[in-house]
Structure formats: structure tokens, C-alpha cells
Design a protein around this ligand. Sequence first.
Ligand SMILES: Nc1nc2c(c(=O)[nH]1)N[C@H]1C(S)=C(S)[C@@H](COP(=O)(O)O)O[C@H]1N2
Ligand SMILES: [Mo]
Length: 422
Amino acid sequence: MTEHSVHRRAFLAAAAGAGAGLVTPARAQTTPAAKPDPLITLVQPWNQQLGDGVVTAPYGVPSKFEKNVVRRDVEWLTVRKESSVSFTPLHELDGVITPNGLCFERHHGGVAEIEPSKHRLMIHGLVDTPLVFTMDELKRMPGRVNRAYFLECAANSGMEWKGAQLNGCQFTHGMVHNVWYVGLPLKALFDRAGVKPAGKWVLAEGADAAGMTRSIPMEKALNDCMIAWNMNGEALRPENGYPLRLVVPGWEGNMWIKWLRRLEIGDKPWEQREETSKYTDLMANGKARHFTWVMDAKSIVTNPSPQAPLRQKGPQVLSGLAWSGRGSVKRVDVSFDGGRNWVAARIDGPVMPLSFVRFYVDFDWDGRELLIQSRAMDDTGYVQPTKDELRAVRGVNSIYHNNGIQTWLVRGDGETENVEVS
Ligand SMILES: Nc1nc2c(c(=O)[nH]1)N[C@H]1C(S)=C(S)[C@@H](COP(=O)(O)O)O[C@H]1N2
Ligand SMILES: [Mo]
């Protein structure tokens, strides 16, 4: 057995038996029922009486048996709920789209409740023609687009810099969602307003109590940024920016201004609070990195994970998500022994740039301890780093942009824990 040190907070343990070759790829799945299951012979109540008629719920809700599939928050993280975050239950989801009711939310001044008929979007500053749009006018503009993108808060995994902390991928990785947006490219709006040659930056402002503002370089704005009023086929939810939000594909979530009311064109960045005092990365030498917009490639095994342990031996489906703010995910590798040996995961479903990909590894589990990791690679050749590699460059003063490889320790009884190996 090779030595690993496994730690979670003060906890230290040897990863016994987590050597190579203990996990075998699943063969053709032959799991005949050992004995007949009596349930199949029972006539259940739902088989004997009529169910509810139509429109019992004008807006449908999940089965009552899915009541644990919910967003959660971490009480001690913030003083108030109005400036807090809820986390996507990644371990309860599959595929690549995050359902609207489960998308994590991050607010700095609570949820603005905006009456759409009273909402306006203004475009002004270094433009030929300043413009003010109603929602109806935006929805009648030509050039509408329909795109899926991930949104990751720069602070996702931020509590894990100093070591393994939170027990569940919902909490370590749940400040991310992947949604289909419908709206307009910023380029369509800016072409109409006519950006003056000196206009190199865009200030986006929210209509919430926080008045969230961020500076965005014009190149990015014209390349792929959009305003969106629709998520996953329906209107934005209030908590995600209803009636209008900015979409900044691949870049940190803080820039995706919700409740968008104003786009100002200028010749330099505005150096707002959220891009100076916050959302900068404090390095080991005490200096801070400014404007670290891109979310680098990252992946997470969502099952098994601490909130979704292994329940029995035998055939298993490991599942996870990968994304990159620089392009498309090209490959995902999975290790069962803390990063010594890797197998290529099977990516299934759409592979789109700046959007989630879903990966699977079918395997047989014989009850040994596992140290599960995943590692994403994108089409620029960038490889997701280990946490130690990240700390060697960044130190441990950071909060934001932690895309280090996550380790889950699966114990002999299947219970799964957030650990680090070194
Ligand atoms: N107007 C406004 N926009 C905002 C915020 C905010 O507080 N106010 N929070 C930002 C942050 S920090 C993140 S991570 C994303 C979260 O988007 P979501 O709530 O749709 O997940 O919105 C961003 N846009
Ligand atoms: Mo954020």
C-alpha cells in the first residue's frame, strides 16, 4: 500500500487500501434479482383509486417524495439572509441543466421585486444615441439568441482554501448553475446606440438595493455577452434577476448583473467596490490580483459525495459535472486512489462551450475505501490543478477562484467525506 495523508480539518487518517487496481470497470450489468421482490405482487393504493385531476397545481411542483431536493444555505456564513447565498443541490441533479427552482442565488441586497411594466434599460455614455428601452421593446428587437451557459460565483469553493471544510458538494461546489438563456446580444443594443470610438468599457448596474455595478471590457461585451429575460424556457425567476439580467459567459458570476437597469459606455473601468475591495485575489505577498474574470476549468464528482454516499456494493454509476470559462470541456479523468491512477470518464450529452458537461464512470465497488477525484481538461489544453498546485501559485489568502481538484473519501461502509490528500 502506498502512503497518503488524508485530512479534513484536524482529522488525519491513512487511506488504507486505496491503492491502484481495486476498482474495476463495470462489466455488462448482470444483476438478476436474487429473490422475487414481493412488492411487485402488491396492488398499491395508487393503483386502485383515481388520482388528482388536472390543474391541482397551476404551476407544477415536484413530488412530495423529493422534498429533500432543495437549495440550502450555511447559517454561519453571512450575518443576514439579504446578503447571502444559497447552494444548488448538485448531488440530487443529473444531466446538464439546473432547474430554475434549484439554481443557487446570491444577493447583496435581497431580491428586488420589479414590476416589468415599470422596468427600463438605459444605454448611455460614449454613444451616438442614448437609448431607454421598455421590456416590450427589447422583446421586439431583432437578433434574439438562445444559449446555455454556466454561471459560477467566484467564491464557489472559497471556504476550502485552508483545507477541507464543508461536507457535501452542494456546499463545496454549489455556487454554480447551468441554464438556457433567451435574450439579445449586447452587440445588437450597442449597434443601435452607436458606440463612439473611445468607448472601451461598459458599466452594468442593477436595480436592486445593492445597486450592483461592474465594469466589463468592450471586447467581451461585443463578443458574447447578452441580456436575458428568459431562463430554461420561462421568465427569469425574481431571485435570478427578473425581469432582465446580464449574461457574461465563462466569467465570474458577480459580473452577471441581475435586475439590469443601466449600461454605460466609458473609456476606462470604473473601479467599483465589487472589483476592488471585493472580487480581487489576495496573493501570499499581500498584493491583490485585479480583474480575474475568467472561471478556469473545474469539475466535481456529484455522486458519490458526502450527501450521496454509496449504499451497497456492486455496480455503481459515478457521476459528475465539468465546465470551463475558456471554452469547451475536452476530457474528464477520474481517480479512485487519490490521483495516482486515472481513467477517462464517459462524457454524455451536449458538449458546448462555457456550459456544463455531464460525465459518468460505471464501476464495481467491492467495499474498499476510495479516494475519488475528477480532473477536467478544456480545449485550450488547460488542466484543472490540484489544490496544492493552486496554493503554490496563489497562497492561502484567497477567497475567489478556487478550482482545485476535490477529493471524496468513501469509507468501507460507503459513508463519504470531504478530505484532502497530499
Ligand atoms: N444586481 C445584482 N446583480 C448580481 C448580484 C447582486 O447582488 N445584485 N449578485 C452577483 C453575484 S455575486 C453572483 S454570483 C450572481 C448570482 O446569480 P444567481 O443569483 O442567479 O445565481 O449574480 C450577480 N449579480
Ligand atoms: Mo458571486
